[in-house]
Structures are given as structure tokens and as C-alpha cells.
Design a protein around this ligand. Structure first.
Ligand code: NAD
Length: 296
């Protein structure tokens, strides 16, 4: 069924996501602050408008895909009065859990459904419509939003009430940040002990050390030909984005009182790596920093 969709934030992720909604037969009206993003969206069949409120007004579904929680709250506040009764508003950005809950609360008591629905899968997944959506919100909102999300992804998981999607996203990425450093440390130790990369890979990938950071995003060239290490650590998932998600996990740990010592340490290491000028490299490049040099 063709739905009218307002899409706000047409960047590296939002641009291709909006294009996939057009391909699925929806009528998409888009807005971004950057003219080049608007042009690319127009070329993909999106009707572009001059303000976020114009994109939201009259739409059955409004989607935001923005850099951070403050911007999401700014935009949701700006459009709130223009969202029509019966519509659903979905934020797919990766943001802090508190801001996500505040965004849901903006529409409390109104005939408007809301979801937080952050994604994993990166720009490749956004282009190929193979994203995974982690969704927070009530059952009614999930049932209403799922068919729209399905046009942009291959998997949609209902994680619980308001903010639960963001909570799942940052917990998952905290596992990834910690495990990536663990895998990199193991390769560095193996090198010192005279182990070949292949030998360690062949054992760990079929033993209890097995994890995504090893078998998909292997930090050394060779064992997994598609991993960023084979193309000079071109992302992939940029270290700066990993740092953003690690910082969100630590902010959530602080406000919720959770103890996450390895999350805290991994955040410090990615922070240092970013400050040394490696934010645009794939996060697996942290192995070069762990080898003790800054030559990476
Ligand atoms: P991006 O910077 O490419 O895109 C964000 C877009 O939002 C930009 O085009 C910017 O102009 C626009 N924008 C900012 N403020 C705006 C406003 N007030 N009104 C309208 N548009 C505005 O970022 P991205 O890579 O597309 O990431 C978007 C979100 O998705 C982030 O929260 C990010 O953490 C998350 N995410 C990114 C990836 C990835 O691999 N890039 C993966 C998963 C999740």
C-alpha cells in the first residue's frame, strides 16, 4: 500500500533509506539542511521541501535520521504541531536513551504513535535495504510501523517500550567495541608469540573466541578477504561512529547506575584513537594503535 512519508535527514543513511521507500512505491517528501543531500534525494524520486515542518505536515508516517539526540528533539519539537492525527513518527537515528524517551513523551496524550527504531547494517545496509531495526514503543505503534521499516531492512526486532530500541542498539555496540579490542589484542599477542594470523584465525574462529569482530571484521588482512583490513582500513564502520556509540553506552551506564568497566576502558581507547586522527578509518584499525605505533 502506498503511504505518504515525510523523511527528515537525508545523509549517508537517510538518503538511501528514503530512496528505498520510493522504490517500494511510497510517496516520500524529504528535507535536509544540506543542498547536495536534497539534490541526491530528488534524483532518487523524493519530493524535496524547504522545511522539516513541510515534510511532516499531512504525512501518514514521519521518519527522522539525524546525527544526535539534541537535533532529534529540536526537529520533533518543531514538527509536533504539524503532525496530523493518526500519524506515526519514527526516529531511526542512534541517540541517547533519555532523549529518545523525551521524544516519545512529546506526543503523549495525542492521537499520534511513536517509535525509536535505530539501525545496524551501516551505509551498505541502508543502500541494499538490508538494515536491522531495533524498535522501542508500544505494540500498536510497532504493528503500524513495521511494514514501513520492512521496505528499508530485512529484520525488525521489537525490543520493548519507549527507548528500548536505543537501549538495545548501544548495548550491542558496546559488546562490539569491547570485542573488537579483545580480538585485536589477541592478534598482537599472537604476533609476539610467533603465531601466524592464519593459525590464530583458524583456531579462534572455530573455538570459543569466535565473534563478529573476528569472523566478519577481522582486524588483520588475509583470513577474511572482505574485512576492512584488506583495503587499508577504509570503513566499514568508522572509528568516530564507534566512539559516538561507546560514549552513548557510558552516558547510559552513568544515568542507570550500571557498572561497565570494560565499556569505559574501550571508550577511552577509541577516544584516544580518534584524537590521534584515525576517526575516519574503520574501527578495526585500532589494532595498529595497540601494536604500539601511531603509524596506522
Ligand atoms: P550524516 O551526517 O551523513 O547525515 C545526517 C543528516 O542530517 C545530514 O545530511 C544533515 O545535514 C542532516 N541534518 C542535521 N540537522 C538537521 C536538521 N535540523 N534538519 C534536517 N536535516 C538535518 O549521518 P548518517 O551517517 O546518515 O547517520 C545518521 C544517524 O544514523 C546517526 O545517528 C548515526 O549514528 C546513525 N547510524 C549511522 C551508521 C553509519 O554507518 N553511517 C550506522 C548506523 C547508525
Amino acid at each position: 500500500m502506498s503511504t505518504s512519508i515525510g523523511f527528515i535527514g537525508l545523509g549517508n543513511m537517510g538518503g538511501p533509506m528514503a530512496a528505498n521507500l520510493v522504490k517500494a512505491g511510497h510517496r516520500v517528501t524529504g528535507f535536509d539542511l544540506v543542498p547536495a543531500a536534497l539534490e541526491a534525494a530528488r534524483a532518487a524520486g523524493v519530493s524535496v521541501v524547504a522545511t522539516a515542518t513541510e515534510a511532516a505536515a499531512g504525512a501518514d508516517v514521519v521518519i527522522t535520521m539525524l546525527p544526535n539526540g539534541k537535533l532529534v528533539l529540536d526537529v520533533w519539537n518543531a514538527i509536533a504541531a504539524h503532525v496530523k492525527p493518526g500519524a506515526i513518527v519514527i526516529d531511526s537515528s542512534t541517540i541517547d536513551v533519555d532523549s529518545a524517551r523525551k521524544a516519545h513523551a512529546l506526543f503523549a496524550g495525542r492521537d499520534v504513535l511513536t517509535l525509536d527504531a535505530p539501525v545496524s547494517g551501516g551505509t551498505v545496509g541502508a543502500q541494499a535495504a538490508t538494515l536491522t531495526f531495533m524498535v522501542g514503543g508500544d505494540e500498536t505503534a510497532f504493528a503500524r510501523g513495521e511494514p514501513v521499516l520492512a521496505a528499508m531492512g530485512k529484520r525488525t526486532v521489537h525490543c520493548g517500550g519507549a527507548g528500548a530500541g536505543q537501549a538495545a542498539k548501544i548495548c550491542n555496540n558496546m559488546i562490539l567495541g569491547i570485542s573488537a579490542i579483545g580480538v585485536a589484542e589477541a592478534f598482537v599477542l599472537g604476533e609476539k608469540l610467533g603465531l601466524t594470523h592464519e593459525a590464530l584465525y583458524n583456531v579462534a574462529s572455530t573455538s570459543s573466541g569466535q565473534c563478529w569482530a573476528l569472523t566478519t571484521n577481522c582486524p588483520v588482512p588475509g583470513p577474511v578477504p572482505t574485512s576492512p583490513a584488506n583495503r587499508d582500513y577504509k570503513p566499514g564502520f568508522a572509528a568516530a561512529l564507534m566512539l559516538k556509540d561507546m560514549k552513548l553506552s557510558q552516558a547510559a551506564a552513568l544515568t542507570s547506575g550500571a557498572s561497565t568497566p570494560l565499556g569505559a576502558h574501550a571508550t577511552q581507547l577509541f577516544d584516544l584513537f580518534d584524537k590521534l586522527g584515525h576517526g575516519n578509518e574503520d574501527f578495526s584499525a585500532i589494532i595498529q594503535f595497540l601494536r604500539g605505533g601511531n603509524e596506522g
